[in-house]
Design a protein around this ligand. Structure first.
Ligand code: GMT
Length: 376
């Protein structure tokens, strides 16, 4: 099958999922075309079945805002015709589902009936998409997609609650490629680079937006480090980073917290981590938690959105109400203070993560692609 994938190419959950899905589809013999404004960060092009087409938006003095949707729809039309793409899979509703639908309509004028699948990822529904300025366009593009998927049951419920949806929503959870995480040797981890032998390593990975509650990460760690020797690794970049750095300074824990910025070595960092913190305000799925879990890292998280569908309370970690940093720290210590308990949680975290293995999930998308052809 020739599949066009539209996604955000930057660090961020939806782009990562779209890229990993595209790579998996290519490995299963499909021809995959990524169409976006930059090469996705996790995309290596050394594969005959993977192609990348960059969307350019020329600057013009009249434009206060560059019309990316327009450039994207035009590029989609051109690429579909040039490469005989048979199906479009757009990730993140804004503006991809809207641009995809416009491309679909333009192609229809030329007698090409292209099925379009939209995958909803989270903030396109819960934060941004729900804004009155976007809502009519998001509702329209959800309802006009041939097939809609959401990455969790919780996101499906949110979509139905917040939008006037007339389309069915299929839940297909996010995934990880377990094969990638089996060959690692403990010696590859180079734990000693980051912490002393007696220190527990606690990690947070995100894009440091407000929704991630970065200062809660620092507050939880502050309580932990008062009881046991520990180090906090903060991986990512974003608007809340400075606030978090200031808080570390105020609490006098600056030396125990390392801000690593964006990293392409997240797996290496997770390999030597003892605990992962995800106290988000909302999270449609929590791919970062799943990536921690497949690396045998237990998760302390909030009990919001789709996180409970991934992190199982008392098994792979613990879940608390949003903002309850005191309880989160208490739960973290419960896991970290005893080696046997920690090892049990580590084992469980990996076992649960294995259920989300790519080999179980990609066929679900392939089935829907077949169904999409029957619908157009
Ligand atoms: O919030 C992010 O980290 C980025 C965002 C995105 O769309 O790029 O992530 C959302 O999609 C991810 C992949 O499906 C989910 O794992 C995240 O939970 C979700 N983020 C939120 O809902 C806040």
């Amino acid at each position: 099958m020739k599949i066009g994938i539209v996604c955000y190419p930057t660090f961020g959950g939806s782009g990562v999922v779209a890229t990993e899905l595209g790579i998996a589809l290519a490995n299963r013999g499909h021809e995959v075309h990524f169409i976006t404004y930059k090469q996705p960060v996790r995309l290596a092009l050394l594969n005959n079945n993977i192609h990348f087409h960059e969307v350019h938006v020329p600057k013009y003095p009249l434009f206060h805002y560059q019309p990316y949707e327009l450039a994207l729809s035009s590029k989609l039309v051109d690429m579909v015709k040039l490469h005989k793409i048979e199906l479009l899979h757009v990730h993140y509703a804004i503006p991809h589902a809207y641009a995809g639908y416009m491309a679909k309509q333009m192609l229809l004028e030329e007698g090409i009936n292209l099925p379009m699948i939209t995958t909803l990822h989270g903030t396109d529904i819960t934060l941004v998409g729900n804004h009155p300025f976007y809502k009519p366009a998001v509702t329209f593009s959800i309802n006009k997609s041939d097939i809609v998927t959401s990455v969790s049951q919780s996101l499906k419920s949110d979509t139905i609650r917040l939008f006037d949806v007339t389309n069915d929503i299929h839940v297909i959870p996010n995934f990880i490629d377990a094969k990638k995480y089996t060959v690692k040797q403990f010696t590859d981890c180079q734990r000693s680079l980051m912490a002393k032998e007696d220190e527990r390593i606690i990690t947070h990975v995100s894009n440091f937006r407000k929704v991630k509650r970065i200062t809660d990460v620092v507050k939880i760690f502050n309580r932990i480090q008062k009881k046991i020797p520990a180090k906090l690794l903060m991986v990512g970049e974003g608007p809340e980073r400075e606030k978090a750095e200031k808080l570390c300074d105020e609490l006098g824990i600056g030396e125990k917290v390392v801000f690593l910025g964006n990293s392409s070595e997240v797996d290496k960092i997770l390999c030597f981590s003892d605990l992962f913190l995800l106290p988000s305000e909302t999270e449609s799925f929590g791919l970062a938690a799943l990536e921690a879990m497949i690396n045998s890292v237990p998760v302390i998280s909030s009990n919001t959105g789709g996180i409970p569908e991934v992190n199982v309370d008392g098994v792979s970690g613990y879940l608390s109400n949003v903002g309850d940093t005191k309880e989160m720290a208490k739960n973290a210590l419960q896991i970290l203070e005893d080696n046997d308990v920690l090892n049990e949680f580590k084992k469980n975290a990996r076992e649960i993560a294995l259920k989300f293995d790519i080999d179980n999930i990609v066929p679900l998308y392939e089935e829907l692609y077949q169904k999409a052809f029957e619908l157009v």
